[in-house]
Design a protein around this ligand. Structure first.
Ligand code: N01
Length: 536
C-alpha cells in the first residue's frame, strides 16, 4: 500500500475519517482545490462505518443504485454496476476501495492512526493534532468526517464483563469469520443491525435467544439481484436522476401525493398490500402522503403491519411479544430479510425484557427476572451514541481552550451541522443538525463538502484567516431543526434520533428532516456571502 509522507507535518487541511464523507472531502480538497491535505483513520483501510460493520446480514437498507453511492463523477457511475438492489457490507467496501484506487486517495491517508487530540492554536491560527502514534501535525482547516454511527453503545448490565464466551458488538465485528455452529448465542437488541443479523445467526447456531426491549416494526426489504438494463437506465439518464436526488433531499424517487382521506378503507388496504409486496420503505412513504405526520394514517399503517406480523409468526404468544406499539417510521425504519419468519424456527427463543428484565450476566449466561439463559456467545446489537458521539470522542478544543464537551454539555449546537461557534475552521460532515442520517447520504456529504470548499475559497479570496459561525446563527438553526421535527410524530418515540438510547444524553432532535430545503439553504448562504458566519 502506498503510504503518505509522514514528514509532511504542515498541511492546508486534515481530514479525519475515511468513510464516504472523508474520502470525498479528501478528493475534493486535494484534487479540485489543490490544497495540501492528509487524511487519518484509526481503521486499517477505507470504509468508515463499513470497515467495522461486518456482522452476518449487514447490508444497505436502501437502494444502492442510484441512492447509496457517490453522484459527483459520471465516469464512476458508468463504470460501477451494483449486483444487488441493496448491497452487502462487502460490496460497499469493494466500491469504496474502487473509488480509493480510481482517485488515488490512499497515498494521502494514514491508516491505523487515531487522532487523539485536536486543538486550535490562536497564535498561529492553525489546528494542531496529535495521533496515538506520537505524531503531531498542523493544518489551517480540520474536516471531521468521523461518522454519525460510530461510537458503539454497550449496555452496562451487572456482570456483563464477566461473561466468559466471545462477545461481539455488531458495530465492531471481527474481521475473521465468526462461527456460530453448535453455539447457544444470545443477541441483545432488535434495531436495524439486530434484525439483519438474527435470521443469519439462527441459520447456523444451535440456539439463539433474542433479548428484546422494544418490539420493532420492520418491512420486507425484498433485496434481489439487479436485472439487465436496471443500472444502465440510471447511467443513461444520470443528469435527470442526480437533479431529482438534489430536489428530493437525496432520496431519488418520487413519493406519492395520494391522500388517505380521499380513499375508502378498502382502497387504502389494497394500497397497503401493493406497497408491502413492492417492499422496502414503500409502505411508509408511498401508500399515502404524510404517514409520519398524520397520526390516523400512521396508526392504520401500523395496524396493517401488526396484522402481517401476526400472519407470519406461527406462535400467537411470540407474535404478541413482537407487537410494536409506537408510531411506525418514527424509529429508523427497518428493512428485514426474513426476520419475523425466523421466530418459526425451533432453535429461536424470544425474551421480552419488558416482562422479564435482565438482572445480571454470569460467566455462562444471562439471568432475567423469570429465569436463566445459558449462552456460549453474546452479540450486542445495541446501537450507537449517534451523531454527536464521535465528535465528542474526538473532543476538539477551540478558542480559549474550550472543549467541545464543555460547549455541548447541555445541547449539541451547530450551524448547518457543519460548524460550531468557537471552533474556527473546523468543519463536520453529518454533524448534529444535518439531514445525512435520514435520506441524504451520500449526496448530503458531497454537498456539505462542496459547501466547505466554497467557504474556504471565499476565505482565501478575501484573505481571511478563519471562518466561524455565530452563537445567534446556532440558536436559530437549533430552533429550525426542532420546529420541523415537532411538526411530525418523530419526537413522540424514544430513538437515537433524539438521543434517547443513551442514558444521560441531552434530548434534542439530532437531524434535519427536510433534505431538499437544507440543500437550498446551503446553496443560498454560500451565494449570499455566508450570512451567519464570521470571517476574521
Ligand atoms: O442500533 P439501534 P442499530 N438492553 O439503536 C436495544 C444504521 N444501520 O445498530 O429500541 C436491551 O437502532 C434497543 O432497544 P430500544 C441505521 O440508521 C444501518 O440496530 O432502545 N436492549 C434496540 O432494539 C440504524 O438505525 C444499516 O428499546 C437495548 C437496539 O438495541 C442505526 O444504524 C444497518 C439496550 C439498538 O438499535 C443503528 O442501528 C444497520 C439495553 N441496555 C444499522 N440498549 C444499513 O443497512 C439498546 N438496546 C444501512
Amino acid at each position: 500500500m502506498v503510504k503518505p509522507d509522514e514528514n509532511d507535518k504542515e498541511l492546508d487541511a486534515i481530514v479525519i475519517g475515511a468513510g464516504f464523507g472523508g474520502l470525498y472531502a479528501l478528493h475534493y480538497l486535494r484534487d479540485h482545490m489543490k490544497l495540501n491535505v492528509k487524511g487519518f483513520d484509526g481503521a486499517g483501510d477505507v470504509g468508515g462505518t463499513w470497515w467495522y460493520n461486518r456482522y452476518p446480514g449487514a447490508r444497505v437498507d436502501a437502494p444502492s443504485t442510484p441512492f447509496y453511492a457517490y453522484t459527483f463523477s459520471k465516469e464512476l457511475v458508468d463504470e460501477w454496476d451494483w449486483s444487488e438492489t441493496q448491497s452487502s457490507s462487502d460490496q460497499v467496501r469493494a466500491y469504496l476501495e474502487h473509488v480509493t484506487e480510481k482517485f488515488d486517495l490512499r497515498r494521502s491517508i494514514q491508516f491505523d492512526t487515531w487522532v487523539e487530540d485536536a486543538a486550535f492554536d490562536e497564535a498561529s491560527q492553525r489546528w494542531v493534532i496529535r495521533t496515538h502514534t506520537g505524531g503531531q501535525f498542523t493544518s489551517r482547516f480540520l474536516i471531521c468526517a468521523v461518522g454519525a454511527l460510530f461510537v458503539a453503545h454497550k449496555p452496562d448490565y451487572p456482570g456483563i464483563d464477566d461473561f466468559a464466551g466471545p462477545c461481539h458488538h455488531t458495530g465492531r465485528w471481527p474481521h475473521e469469520p465468526v462461527s456460530f455452529a453448535g453455539k447457544r448465542v444470545g443477541v441483545i437488541g432488535t434495531g436495524s443491525s439486530g434484525i439483519q443479523a438474527i435470521p443469519e445467526i439462527a441459520k447456523e447456531a444451535a440456539h439463539i435467544t433474542v433479548f428484546q426491549r422494544t418490539p420493532q416494526f420492520a418491512l420486507p426489504a425484498r433485496n434481489r439481484t439487479m436485472v439487465a438494463g436496471e443500472t444502465t437506465q440510471y447511467q443513461d439518464n444520470w443528469d435527470d436522476h442526480r437533479h431529482s436526488m438534489r430536489r428530493r433531499g437525496g432520496w431519488p424517487f418520487a413519493t406519492t401525493k395520494l391522500r388517505a382521506s380521499e380513499a375508502t378503507a378498502e382502497e387504502r388496504l389494497a394500497r397497503f398490500e401493493e406497497m408491502w409486496d413492492l417492499g422496502g420503505i414503500n409502505l411508509l412513504i408511498n401508500s399515502f402522503s404524510g404517514a409520519v405526520v398524520d397520526p390516523e394514517l400512521n396508526e392504520e399503517i401500523s395496524e396493517f403491519v401488526r396484522g402481517k406480523i401476526r400472519g407470519i409468526v406461527a406462535d400467537p404468544d411470540v407474535a404478541q411479544k413482537l407487537m410494536p406499539d409506537y408510531h411506525i417510521g418514527t424509529k429508523r425504519m427497518i428493512l428485514d430479510n426474513g426476520y419475523f419468519e425466523t421466530y418459526n424456527r425451533d432453535n429461536v427463543t424470544l425474551v421480552d425484557l419488558r416482562q422479564e428484565p435482565i438482572l445480571a450476566f454470569t460467566a455462562t449466561g444471562a439471568e432475567t427476572a423469570a429465569g436463566e439463559y445459558p449462552l456460549d456467545m453474546l452479540v450486542l446489537a445495541t446501537g450507537y451514541d449517534a451523531v454527536s458521539g464521535s465528535m465528542l470522542n474526538l473532543n476538539p478544543r477551540g478558542r480559549d481552550g474550550v472543549s467541545l464537551e464543555q460547549k455541548w454539555e447541555d445541547r449539541f449546537t451547530t450551524n448547518f451541522g457543519i460548524n460550531v461557534a468557537g471552533f474556527p475552521n473546523l468543519f463536520m460532515i453529518h454533524g448534529p443538525g444535518s439531514p445525512g442520517v435520514f435520506f441524504s447520504m451520500p449526496l448530503g456529504a458531497e454537498l456539505q463538502v462542496q459547501w466547505i470548499g466554497d467557504s474556504i475559497r471565499h476565505l482565501q479570496e478575501q484573505r481571511y484567516a478563519t471562518i466561524e459561525t455565530t452563537p445567534e446563527a446556532e440558536t436559530a438553526w437549533d430552533e429550525e431543526i426542532q420546529q420541523i421535527a415537532n411538526g411530525t410524530l418523530y419526537p413522540k418515540t424514544n430513538s437515537w434520533y433524539l438521543g434517547a438510547n443513551i442514558p444521560g444524553k441531552p434530548r434534542q432532535f439530532l437531524g434535519h428532516l427536510r433534505g431538499s430545503q437544507y440543500f437550498d439553504q446551503l446553496a443560498e448562504v454560500a451565494e449570499q456571502g455566508f450570512e451567519g458566519f464570521v470571517f476574521k
